[in-house]
Design a protein around this ligand. Structure first.
Ligand SMILES: [Zn+2]
Length: 445
């Protein structure tokens, strides 16, 4: 990750501030980020969180190195601070009485720290309830259900029963992200009781992917149920968090925006779950479409994810996700063991054919244009799915460059301050995996 230098002209947010009479206040920041574009919203957020209003951008984010500050004590100190904490800001004030002074302490910093907010957001899955379509009197005790196939998928990539996965707590400096975790704990969620988990997922937990419509339905269903569980928890937490703010602030706005975003994603998701509940209840598995890409080599990652496809693999818009309350089209993608290797299975309901066909077609277009479809699928998984386990053996075998590249993208996906660009499925992460899809199965054509 690079370090970007940035300057703003700012003024105190509160008119009662002791700095209100200053002629000029400059915010100077050092921000670690993927690129200049991403550094800007992060810097704006930090400055406003420190209690300032931004009047003007004075210096657009520019890449800097440590030796740029070798003769500047304060600059060097801040540069090094940014290496440790990801961000460092100082504020210079000019008024008629003194020529220039550094403001060392910020008076009205927002009371809620985003770091601790993330910690609780990610660590909140404590309580559980069974969300099986027949939940009720049939249920026994809620278990830690796996959202990634464990039997043959997770155990295949594990080393001493451990895999690498995204750490629950996001580090602000972007460096420590991936940690070793027991496969018994990875990607579990308390969304099913033992009875219903065993009953409903038997055809995918105890049998390799053939594939068939029922298995495609179940892989999708498990992805959806986990997401419903996570999003409902987030929504509850965000709502609770918002009540702790006494006054308007940038952090409050940020959390309010996150809440709206979560709600916007949750509503259509609950509708999808209803559709899948009904398919399972009535065994109408033929309403589910799937495309399976099979590899013969051993898997190096295991995952289960879903997506409202916004852009395709060429960067074209598929659907506008900003329209509140709209029933977006959804596609799920999971890794699955097969008899002779492993596969990626894409599944969706036929009511989402329009967008999902176009999404899959754009994946075929990758192939037609001579690019690697394997790289494209890997890119999709890494940039959209947090629920990925990495084989420790494979991760450790990556050269530093690929490890850094991969970590960057994982962070990009995990950081809610980073905007999604239209070409995020088009470029990046080439040649990190050496998969080779040799078989394609599809429920249509
Ligand atoms: Zn149950």
């Amino acid at each position: 990750m690079e370090t970007y230098f940035i300057e703003f002209l700012v003024k105190p947010r509160k008119s009662s501030s002791k700095y209100a009479s200053a002629e000029k206040i400059t915010a100077i920041g050092w921000v670690k980020s993927l690129d200049a574009e991403t550094a800007l919203p992060i810097a704006l957020f930090e400055v406003e969180k420190d209690g300032w209003k931004v009047d003007k951008l004075l210096t657009s984010p520019k890449k800097v190195l440590e030796h740029d500050f070798r003769s500047k004590d304060i600059g060097l100190e801040q540069f090094q601070k940014a290496q440790r904490f990801g961000r460092a800001f100082i504020y210079l004030l000019v008024d008629s009485r003194v020529s220039e002074l550094t403001i060392e302490e910020v008076e009205d910093r927002d009371e809620v720290d985003i770091g601790s907010f993330h910690a609780s957001r990610n660590g909140l899955a404590k309580k559980g309830k069974c969300i099986h379509f027949n939940a009720g009197s049939e249920c026994d005790s809620v278990i830690n259900a796996h959202s990634v196939q464990k039997g043959q998928s997770l155990t295949k990539i594990a080393q001493d029963n451990h895999v690498y996965a995204l750490a629950e707590r996001l580090e602000t400096n972007g460096d420590v992200l991936i940690k070793k975790i027991s496969i018994h704990k990875f990607s579990t969620f308390k969304g099913f009781c033992k009875y219903h988990d065993n009953l409903v997922f038997e055809p995918i937990d105890n049998f390799p992917l053939e594939p068939n419509h029922q298995q495609a339905t179940l892989y999708a269903y498990r992805s959806i149920c986990r997401e419903v569980y996570v999003k409902e928890n987030s929504y509850r937490l965000l709502s609770k968090h918002l009540t702790t703010f006494k006054e308007e602030s940038r952090t409050k706005k940020f959390i309010a925006d996150l809440k709206v975003g979560t709600e916007n994603g949750l509503k259509p998701l609950l509708k999808k779950k209803d559709v899948f509940d009904s398919i399972l209840r009535n065994e109408k598995f033929h309403e589910i479409r799937y495309v399976v890409l099979e590899c013969r080599d051993s898997p190096n990652i295991s995952f289960s994810g879903l997506l409202y496809p916004e852009f395709d693999f060429q960067g074209k818009v598929l659907q506008d996700l900003s329209e509140l309350g709209k029933n977006f089209s959804l596609i799920t993608f999971c890794s699955a063991p097969t008899k002779s290797g492993w596969a990626v299975i894409f599944s969706w309901h036929e009511s989402d054919d329009n967008i999902c066909f176009r999404f899959i077609d754009s994946l075929k277009e990758v192939l037609r244009s001579g690019k690697s479809i394997e790289d494209a699928v890997f890119r999709l998984v890494i940039t959209t799915c947090e629920n990925v386990a990495y084989s420790p053996h494979w991760w450790e075998s990556l050269c530093q460059y690929k490890k850094d590249e991969l970590s960057k993208y994982i962070r990009l996906n995990a950081d809610p301050l980073t905007p999604v660009s239209s070409d995020y499925l088009k470029i990046g992460l080439s040649g990190v995996v050496s998969w080779n899809f040799i078989n394609v199965y599809s429920s249509y054509e």
